[in-house]
Design a protein around this ligand. Structure first.
Ligand SMILES: [Zn+2]
Ligand SMILES: [Zn+2]
Length: 322
């Protein structure tokens, strides 16, 4: 049965990426934003990508040779963020301009793929897989083999794991089993629990460069005078509160819902704000901290409507039970 599956999934046709994306149910209308003498299927903004997202799903292109055919199914283990880092480092070490450029391009595509997997993780999206294979058997170090053959798997896949800290992910063929869906429903701990280190959800360790949740605010990696002025204890506690808030926000402004922008390291940038300032005895708990896009953060501090904003922030925090 496994050998049948091996045959069944082997890419032998030359399906175009455009057709795979469209057939997977992802909107391709933006591919058509291209000068009239070129075919939308050859839109360079899209046709070389390794991963796509749209509507309620994602499509990832995976090398057929890298699939694991196991007794209980087919799996794929990958890490696009690690690939990005490898390509990026190699590009920086490389002096030959054409190879440098190629490595930079691959780094950008790998980073974009990491974002797509991250979106699948956050939003629990349906995963479609296009399997690709190259004509050449040997993949040389400086070449990334061309995907000569492509096949859109008719069966949906699901993301079993995505490690926010490392970017490592595990995909499995088939729809997501119900028990995994239930397991994923995470209830955030109450304020004190989350801040005192006894959370109902285990959070990664906080480093000067990352909260480990894939979302970073204005404090992380930024040596502000404020940060050196406060004691390590205050910083450490505040950072844990921010970590909880950033994870809760999933990278979106909790006021307008807008997704923050992507940082060079693949994290989403969004700012954190104490609704009642600490200087006014506001609590340093997730119930008093909100994730905001930079514009709403500025407005909360300097806008003529800041009092109204504050009221609506507090209302929102009560509504989400923070
Ligand atoms: Zn906003
Ligand atoms: Zn603020």
């Amino acid at each position: 049965m496994l050998s049948d599956l091996r045959e069944q999934l082997k890419p032998t046709s030359t399906m175009r990426v455009y057709d795979a994306v469209s057939e997977a149910g992802i909107d391709v209308s933006d591919w058509h934003n291209i000068s009239s003498n070129r075919s939308p299927a050859q839109n360079p903004n899209y046709c070389y990508r390794w991963a796509f997202q749209g509507n309620d799903r994602v499509l990832v292109c995976l090398w057929y040779d890298e699939l694991d055919f196991l007794a209980n199914g087919v799996e794929y283990r990958g890490n696009a963020r690690a690939e990005y880092k490898t390509y990026d480092e190699r590009a920086n070490d490389q002096r030959a301009p054409s190879l440098k450029q190629r490595l930079k391009t691959w780094a950008a595509r790998a980073l974009q793929m990491d974002v797509v997997v991250k979106i699948a993780h956050w939003e629990d999206r349906l995963v479609r897989v296009a399997l690709v294979q190259s004509k050449s058997l040997v993949r040389r170090d400086d070449e990334r083999a061309a995907a000569d053959f492509r096949l859109l798997d008719s069966e949906p896949w699901h993301l079993v794991q995505y490690d926010m800290q490392t970017g490592a992910f595990l995909l499995r063929r088939g729809p997501k089993p119900l028990h995994e869906t239930l397991k994923d429903i995470v209830v955030f701990g109450e304020e004190e629990g989350a801040a005192s280190g006894a959370p109902s959800q285990a959070f990664p360790e906080i480093t000067p460069d990352s909260y480990g949740v894939g979302v970073a605010d204005q404090f992380i990696g930024n040596e502000t005078p404020e940060r050196t002025a406060v004691s390590a204890f205050v910083w450490g506690r505040s950072a844990k509160v921010r970590q909880v808030v950033l994870a809760r926000s999933k990278g979106c402004c909790e006021h307008c819902g807008r997704l923050g922008f992507l940082k060079v390291n693949g994290e989403i940038y969004i700012e954190t704000h104490h609704v009642v300032p600490l200087s006014e005895e506001g609590a340093d708990t997730p119930g008093n901290v909100i994730a905001l896009c930079p514009e709403h953060h500025r407005e909360a501090h300097f806008g003529s409507e800041h009092e109204a904003l504050k009221a609506s922030f507090l209302q929102m925090l009560v509504a989400v039970g923070a």
